[in-house]
Design a protein. Structure first.
Length: 440
């Protein structure tokens, strides 16, 4: 991980300017009106503000006022048009943005913000999951995957593994380097996702080794090659394990009795009532048939409400030895996997970031690069929620993330702000919070 720590949003923005300035420029001759810095930052500004028309609005402001928020907030020197931007960014692979992801993680790590995320055995949890981020029945490119329907219709789509750091009790998720899925990975969703997960481990294990992390994944990860590979690259694992896809393991478990089969019950108060958590666990059970089968440790939780109705049941496998004392903590860590769907994927798709929207498809990398920019914008907003007290206060006061983006779009369209701090101060003043809160 990088030794240099960037502490402020403006430092990260300047670092981003340097990264996009390093994008390969395939232009020749005199067609160099816009720098690659302006091209890259122009695209990023759309995702940070979640305003598809941000650049058009800022061109209008520039013409009317001689200055714009594109310049003051994002350090653009000239404002490019959307088509020019897409043409120049299409050849750029999304991995070129990964230094920005790394800098945010390093900043959070060095500032101590990750320590409260450490849980079981003082480790961080990294959840892996695949998600679609663009689909169409008409628009496609050589990097699209294709789903053929029984009707004969085809859906072209892009997808990626989107790892995030999660923790029980934390409302945020911290995105890490993604791995983008391409057609050569296979023809089924499972084959594609597992091939991409394998590549992600091979490329990024060394990068994240210092985090001391446990990998979380759904049932498709709970198989011998995936488990062995995870440990080979220095990670521990807690993967969902379902009876229907792991008959050998569950046949063993269902034949076990005490003391080989551990049983623990807890009552937890939820609101005015108590829920009962019933745990079962077993160590050193075979994950599959055969003499060379990997031995794993298995646990299951069944949650019932005060009327004895089952409200949750799931099973997990792990390389950690399970005991009466730690089974609840292992299950809690395994259950945190759902946060990659709720706090990351669903947030990106339904809470203002419009990840599934086609911002530009291209013929090479444009779709995946823009998705990486969108996720990076989400990561920067997460960084601000840790490090910028004014930003955090505004977000906590506004009812939803979408409301924040609505306000940001309106303010930056009609008003000029000299810098980010001025914009935050204006919103604080308008909301009458923080230093502008009225006395009771």
């Amino acid at each position: 991980m990088s030794a240099k720590v960037l502490k402020t949003w403006d430092q990260h923005l300047l670092h981003l300017r340097g990264v996009v300035g390093g994008f390969a420029d395939r232009r020749t001759g005199d067609n160099l009106k816009y720098s690659m810095e302006d091209i890259g930052l122009g695209a990023f500004s759309v995702f940070f503000t979640q305003c598809p028309s941000f650049l058009a609005h800022q061109k209008t402001m520039q013409q009317a006022k001689g200055r714009s928020n594109a310049q003051s907030l994002f350090h653009l020197e000239k404002i490019p048009c959307d088509n020019h931007l897409r043409d120049l960014l299409d050849p750029v692979p999304p991995e070129k943005l990964f230094p920005c992801y790394d800098q945010v993680l390093e900043s959070l790590h060095q500032a101590g913000h990750l320590e409260s995320w450490r849980g079981f055995q003082d480790k961080l949890l990294i959840a892996l999951d695949g998600t679609w981020y663009c689909s169409s029945q008409k628009i496609h490119c050589p990097n699209c995957s294709c789903l053929e329907h029984k009707s004969g219709d085809k859906t072209y789509y892009h997808s990626a593994i989107t790892p995030v750091i999660v923790a029980p009790g934390h409302e945020h998720a911290i995105p890490l380097r993604a791995e983008f899925i391409t057609p050569q990975d296979g023809h089924t969703k499972q084959d594609c996702e597992m091939a991409a997960a394998k590549r992600w481990l091979e490329k990024n294990a060394a990068q994240y080794a210092a985090l001391r992390a446990i990998l979380l994944g759904d049932d498709i990860y709970a198989h011998q090659p995936s488990c062995r590979r995870t440990q080979l690259h220095g990670f521990d694992f807690i993967f969902v394990c379902k009876p229907e896809s792991h008959t050998t393991l569950y046949n063993w478990v269902n034949l076990m009795q005490r003391p080989q089969l551990g049983v623990v019950k807890e009552r937890v108060k939820v609101g005015a009532h108590f829920h009962t958590y019933a745990y079962r666990y077993a160590n050193d059970v075979p994950l599959a048939e055969g003499d060379d089968a990997l031995k794993v440790n298995w646990c299951e939780v069944t949650v019932t409400d005060h009327k004895s109705k089952v409200i949750y049941r799931n099973g997990f496998i792990t390389n950690f030895k399970i005991t009466d004392q730690n089974v609840a903590a292992i299950v809690a860590a395994g259950r945190a996997r759902w946060k990659i769907e709720n706090e990351n994927n669903n947030t990106l798709k339904t809470k203002g970031y419009h990840l599934e929207h086609n911002f530009g498809h291209g013929q090479m990398h444009l779709s995946s690069l823009l998705a990486a920019m969108n996720i990076l914008a989400f990561l920067y907003h997460t960084f601000l929620s840790f490090t910028d007290e004014h930003y955090r206060l505004i977000r906590a006061t506004l009812p939803t993330r979408k409301t924040f983006f609505d306000d940001l779009r309106a303010l930056t369209r009609y008003m000029f702000f000299a810098n980010w701090e001025t914009l935050m101060d204006f919103m604080l003043r308008g909301l009458e919070i923080g230093p502008y809160a009225k006395p009771p």
